[in-house]
Design a binder for this molecule. Sequence first.
Ligand code: SF4
Ligand code: FES
Length: 248
Amino acid sequence: MNLTLKIWRQKGPQAKGKIVKYKVADISEHMSFLEMMDVLNEQLIYSGDEPVAFDHDCREGICGMCSLYINGEAHGPDKGVATCQLHMRKFKDGDTIYVEPFRAKAFPVIKDLVVDRMAFERIQQAGGFISVNTSGNTQDANAIPISKHAADEAMDSATCIGCGACVASCKNSSAMLFVGAKVSQYTLLPQGQVEASDRVINMVTQMDLEGFGNCTNTGACEIVCPKGISLQNIARLNSEFLKASLKG
Ligand code: SF4
Ligand code: FES
């Protein structure tokens, strides 16, 4: 395939960015989108130009680092996959592809397609943990009965990889799906009960401090989420927050 790429280039956080046009040739349909970007970068390095900066780590849908907005969609045109799992067979010869960073006030651009998603880490630090007794009398986790239903639901929530596509696709830049998933994975399990009230209050407070918008139930987040995190996590977040607020 021969493709035209229109890519957001921005030298640094304060620099003015712009879309720059590139051509790539002989792209195999079996390549991943990031491998196609590697081809472009090799081309740029060979011709003495600066390669395009973009985030990636595992390249197998686990780490949540890849974060491209492709033709107006977070993670591109495929469903249930992160950018690193998107294959070039989703495009055709002669296509023009727009590649931009995830955009949100709380995700400032660092360079080109790389954004700062430390806001998610700070939300996690505010409550995304449980206390464990390490005094020598630690309870065997297998001795705590957990229903299959609760275990399955907690596992589904725990599959959130923290990519931020939910924020990037939301017209309000809301982080409710991410925070809902993180709160749910603990609140559904007995181990998460001790800090439950503090956790939800602290994580929501941090979410607001970071400048994420509020949820207006458009559901855009659920559609783009590569891990199929459902809106039920937002409903659970709201009910947990209400319960904790009433407790005072
Ligand atoms: S909820 Fe989905 S889209 Fe949002 S950060 Fe988690 S995995 Fe990514
Ligand atoms: S590079 Fe790790 S999820 Fe895409």
